[in-house]
Design a protein around this ligand. Structure first.
Ligand code: SF4
Ligand code: SF4
Length: 165
């Protein structure tokens, strides 16, 4: 009998065999449904436990907003990780406010604006990321939970009905 981790890996592996357009359609619909019910301001777990990657444009934009040089901003807030990416030095994110608002919302990093990435095209290419985010983001957890039943063998009819909508 497989462990829960093995079963989960198997499920994500099986998603790679799905048609890419079908997978996008199902995940995007679930994303829209789930985010109608979840308020990120009640959560902020992504800002508390995992930070974004900061692109050069993100670093320039936020440094300019803070009226400091980009190098100064990088020195104060960021470090370079093992993969050579700029990431936050510490978590929770220093821009997260007490009421879970983002203090730099309108100019936040692109990765923050796109998180948890479940409404991006070509979901098949980021399944590894979605699997990681399942343990961080309750919205992703709910999307995956529903996908497990949609894509289970016994639910093929349900999937076909869903795709006809
Ligand atoms: S972890 Fe997910 S649900 Fe929570 S704030 Fe981030 S995006 Fe929203
Ligand atoms: S920049 Fe804003 S959205 Fe991004 S992790 Fe920090 S508080 Fe969250």
């Amino acid at each position: 009998m497989s462990s829960p981790i093995q079963s989960k890996n198997k499920f994500f592996q099986s998603l790679k065999n799905q048609n890419s357009r079908t997978l996008d359609k199902v995940i995007h619909e679930l994303h829209d449904d789930v985010f109608k019910k979840i308020d990120c301001l009640d959560c902020a777990n992504c800002c508390k436990t995992t930070g974004p990657l900061w692109t050069p444009k993100d670093r320039y934009r936020v440094a300019k907003h803070l009226k400091v040089k980009t190098t100064e901003f990088e020195k104060s807030y960021l470090r370079i990780d093992e993969e050579g990416d700029y990431v936050l030095k510490q978590l929770p994110c220093p821009f997260l406010e007490n009421d879970n608002q983002c203090g730099i919302y309108n100019i936040r990093p692109k990765a923050c604006a796109e998180y948890p990435h479940t409404n991006r095209p070509k979901q098949k290419q980021i399944l590894h990321l979605t699997q990681i985010n399942e343990s961080i983001c309750p919205a992703v957890e709910s999307i995956i939970y529903q996908m497990e039943s949609i894509f289970s063998k016994n639910a093929k009819k349900g999937l076909q009905r869903r795709l006809k909508r």
